[in-house]
Ligand binder design. Structure first.
Ligand code: C5P
Length: 228
């Protein structure tokens, strides 16, 4: 395939306290990772690279093959690193030769609709080097100092919340990761630091990141109301 989706699932999930690495915590009978992969396989046809903590490769392969159905041949599982950025780099190293568009997706955004994947791929196909789905910021945001004092207000009309999947021309992402000096919390920051323009497409509220216990409860309630 000419598109690949790198699904990063190697986080420890310490903020979730789910008893297992976050991607392997159950949503219903199945894991967060399994649910994420159902969304990925409902999107554009792609090589799917799943990046997991050491020791979870076998579990991930079972989840991924099950979610993939007839597309099981498109799945690769690799071991992640200590940071998200290192996990992305590990995933990139497993890309097949014919891939030229790479999407990087947080497994923790388990309920991301397939349409978001389609929008991101379409924007890269239309010529963008880097594309991220975003949502408007609804909260009023403050800049706060170490002592907890408000330093300044920030005009929220200038802000957007970044989601995944984030899409890139393969050569752009590979070069930016190879030269990245600092650790960044998303791939758009890596590519922006390398001097590339990042454009936005509409995100989706359903693509929220499962981070805390209340997020997990919310995801479980949504899945229960709308099973696979
Ligand atoms: O920690 P956070 O929720 O920001 O992580 C976002 C995504 O990055 C999660 O899907 C997590 O599994 C992944 N991650 C990773 N390797 C790490 C840290 C996070 O694959 N070392």
């Amino acid at each position: 395939p000419r598109v690949a989706v790198v699904v990063v699932a190697a986080g420890s999930g310490t903020r979730l306290r789910g008893g297992a690495p976050k991607a392997f915590v159950g949503l219903d009978a199945r894991s967060i990772l399994h649910r994420s992969l159902l969304g990925v396989f409902a999107g554009p046809s792609a090589q799917v690279v799943v990046v997991v903590p050491e020791g979870y490769e076998g579990d991930a392969l079972t989840d991924a093959r099950d979610a993939a159905g007839a597309a099981a041949d498109l799945v690769t599982v690799v071991t992640g690193g200590a940071t998200r950025q290192e996990s992305v780099a590990a995933g990139i190293s497993a890309l097949w030769a014919d891939v030229d568009v790479v999407l990087v997706h947080d497994a923790a955004r388990a309920l991301t609709p397939p349409e978001v994947f389609e929008r991101v791929v379409a924007a890269v196909d239309a010529g963008a080097d880097a594309v991220i789905p975003t949502l408007p910021v609804v909260d009023t945001i403050k800049r706060v100092d170490d002592a907890g004092r408000v330093v300044a207000g920030v005009d929220r009309s200038e802000l957007a919340a970044a989601q995944t999947p984030q899409g890139f021309r393969r050569a752009v992402l590979e070069a930016a990761l190879a030269e990245a000096a600092a650790d960044h919390t998303d791939d758009a920051a890596v590519v922006a630091a390398a001097g590339h323009t990042v454009i936005t497409v509409a995100g989706d509220a359903a693509a929220f990141k499962i981070t805390t216990a209340p997020d997990l409860e919310r995801a479980r309630a949504i899945v229960q109301a709308a099973p696979e």
